[in-house]
Design a protein around this ligand. Structure first.
Ligand SMILES: NC(=O)c1ccc[n+]([C@@H]2O[C@H](COP(=O)([O-])OP(=O)(O)OC[C@H]3O[C@@H](n4cnc5c(N)ncnc54)[C@H](OP(=O)(O)O)[C@@H]3O)[C@@H](O)[C@H]2O)c1
Length: 325
């Protein structure tokens, strides 16, 4: 089968298309014929081996897993031992290792039936960033009906799902994005939109019950100015950190929880827990037409290196990057 592989860490030039043996479904796994995959910021981290703190898990000197890609949607081609929930021919979506390939073996603990009202391309955009947004809104932000919610990076992968999920939970959402993204952020359910190229949300004198930060380029003291005295700040991510060891990771995992100990405000980062139950919860929200994926651009399998460059360099995207097979 054809797959996008890498044998060393680096930028997109390390990726190449290769003919390799198709995997087989192990215990608790199914073999998927991949119809579509999508990119998220973590794909760059796996490819580059950055920050260095991830390398004990991803491979010290080169990637342990050669085939990139984690978000997938496809059809089940074969079922491994101990799988009772799915059958050959089922359309599914979820999280795996090696989605940028014609076939992938995927654990059923991170798969769910594909939302019936989505194409494979649309479904492939949902798993990781949708799960992250759901856990940010529901578990960490604990958004309640009527609360004010600020989503920073509202047109991005996580942000565009977070706007819609927070609105579905009854939150009154303000999205922060750039000028060209304002209409789309309004269209997915933000009642207010702030253009970060013209206004600074921290200087507008509004304090939010919940802030979800997916851009990660403002320091904690500025975020706290816009947070209600008993508000919750959820640090989802951000590519702005300078250190090679932890990058921006320390802000959410160390500094924010530490500051929370001396404040009525709750501030935390988190790493999303990948699981099938949340994929089912997202399917329900999607089929109830409360959440709809935004696709920015679609590439073919051979063009994954170009898609990865676009992910890393492109600013102004509206939603997700899809790989269609
Ligand atoms: N915690 C977890 O488990 C988890 C899971 C998935 C992802 N993440 C992390 O979450 C972060 C976001 O991921 P993503 O896939 O959503 O990335 P993304 O699609 O690139 O979205 C980031 C968004 O932030 C916006 N942004 C940049 N500067 C801004 C500013 N000053 N004010 C407001 N918005 C600004 C970008 O807008 P422009 O287009 O204008 O640049 C973009 O829309 C990444 O760091 C990723 O690694 C964490």
């Amino acid at each position: 089968m054809k797959a996008i592989v890498q044998d060393q860490y680096g930028e997109a030039d390390v990726l190449h298309l290769e003919d390799i043996d198709a995997p087989t479904a192990g215990t608790g796994e199914v073999l998927l014929k991949v119809e579509a995959a999508s990119l998220f910021a973590g794909d760059w981290h796996y490819m580059a081996g950055m920050p260095l703190a991830f390398r004990p898990a991803s491979g010290l000197t080169k990637p342990k897993i050669r085939v990139r890609g984690r978000d997938v949607a496809g059809r089940i081609e074969a079922v491994g031992p101990d799988v009772a929930t799915f059958q050959v021919g089922d359309a599914v979506y979820g999280i795996c290792d090696g989605a940028f390939a014609e076939y992938v073996a995927a654990g059923v603990n991170k798969l769910a039936p594909k939302p019936t009202n989505l194409s494979f391309e649309e479904a492939a955009t949902v798993p990781i960033t949708g799960t992250t947004a759901l856990q940010a809104v529901r578990d960490h932000g604990q958004v309640q009906a009527g609360q004010s919610v600020l989503v920073i990076g509202a047109a991005g992968g996580v942000g565009s799902f977070a706007v819609q999920i927070a609105a579905a939970f009854g939150g009154i959402v303000t999205g922060v994005c750039n000028t060209a993204q304002m209409d789309v952020v309004r269209s997915i359910g933000a009642e207010h939109v702030i253009d970060y190229t013209r206004e600074d949300f921290a200087e507008l004198g509004v304090r939010y019950d919940v802030i979800l930060d997916t851009a990660g380029n403002r320091n904690l003291s500025i975020l706290r100015q816009a947070l209600a005295p008993k508000g919750r700040l959820v640090i989802v991510g951000g590519e702005g950190g300078k250190g090679k060891l932890l990058s921006g990771f320390a802000r959410g995992t160390l500094r924010a929880p530490l500051l929370s100990m001396f404040s009525g405000q709750t501030m935390k980062g988190f790493v999303a827990k990948e699981n099938a139950a949340d994929l089912v919860a997202l399917k329900d929200l999607i089929e109830a037409r409360k959440v709809k994926p935004l696709i920015d651009r679609t590439f073919s399998l051979v063009d994954v290196p170009q898609a990865m460059r676009y992910l890393r360099e492109g600013s102004g995207r509206k939603g997700k990057i899809v790989i269609s097979l």
